[in-house]
Design a protein around this ligand. Structure first.
Ligand SMILES: Nc1ncnc2c1ncn2[C@@H]1O[C@H](COP(=O)(O)OP(=O)(O)OP(=O)(O)O)[C@@H](O)[C@H]1O
Ligand SMILES: [Mg+2]
Length: 246
């Protein structure tokens, strides 16, 4: 089943075509990695998928629902970690999650259980009663991740989920991503960490200057570029040193 379907997705900012005719889909339970150099169009793509940026052209469907035509319904299927994540600065770490869980209509007991579980997993327990404004950058980021996954939505959209996060918590985030996929969630995330991408992703899309350059499994892309090391694979493919573009 296609949880996410992107067709001919395009975004222009004046003269710049930031995202240029992207077509791909993500099946249920997959972990899909969106890769590309700085400015490739990853964040712009993800923002169109979660409906805060209107495409110039093309469509996005989540669970069959068009995000432009029915944004409220489409959004109800998603948990989102934006690139510039913002938590409510005046609420405590715990209140941020409780407030959000209530907005999502979560059952009180389940919400309390999830909040405790996530604060523990992400090493934020000590900061439970601290207002978010007083958290470090990485702690805010982890809190925003917890918020995105709180109600285990069918589609998780994570823009660089481990960036700025310490080693232990990054491991925990990867392990949670894997766990949610096993439980049936579908994940699309962007990353510059090729080691992480190789370990997590079933399918990888490489975009460059807004265009889809390569799409395939880690193994397929390794074969195509005749490299064993995924960072080298990425560099070769982005530089256009091997293979045919899709
Ligand atoms: N609101 C905007 N107005 C004008 N140009 C924009 C806007 N947002 C993004 N861009 C441009 O679109 C291109 C793609 O940006 P985007 O943020 O999607 O890149 P990215 O792949 O997420 O990069 P990074 O790895 O640095 O996060 C860039 O050239 C950027 O300057
Ligand atoms: Mg980005």
């Amino acid at each position: 089943m296609k949880v996410l379907e992107v067709v001919e997705l395009t975004k222009r900012f004046g003269e710049l075509v930031a995202v240029d005719g992207l077509t791909f889909h993500v099946d249920k339970g997959d972990i899909f990695g969106l890769l590309g150099p700085n400015g490739a169009g990853k964040t712009t793509t993800l923002r169109m998928i979660y409906g805060v940026l209107r495409p110039t052209r093309g469509t996005v469907r989540v669970m069959g629902v068009d995000v432009v035509r029915d944004p409220v319904k489409a959004r109800s299927y998603m948990g989102v970690l934006p690139e510039e994540s913002s938590v409510y600065p005046r609420l405590t770490a715990e209140e941020n999650l409780i407030y959000f869980g209530k907005l999502k209509g979560m059952d009180e007991a389940e919400l309390r259980r999830r909040v405790k579980e996530l604060l523990e997993a992400l090493d934020l327990e000590e900061k439970r009663y601290v207002i978010a404004d007083k958290l470090s950058k990485g702690q805010k980021r982890k809190l925003a991740f917890a918020r995105a996954v709180l109600n285990k939505p069918p589609l998780l959209i994570l823009d660089e989920p481990t960036s700025g996060v310490d080693v232990m918590s990054a491991r925990e985030i990867r392990s949670l991503i894997r766990q949610y996929a096993q439980e049936g969630s579908t994940i699309i995330f962007s990353s510059h960490n090729m080691w992480e991408v190789e370990r997590l992703c079933k399918t990888v899309a490489i975009i460059n200057r807004g265009k889809l350059q390569h799409l395939g499994s880690v193994e397929e892309l390794k074969r195509l570029s005749e490299s064993k090391e995924f960072e080298e694979v990425f560099v070769k493919l982005v530089k256009g040193e091997v293979g045919e573009a899709v």
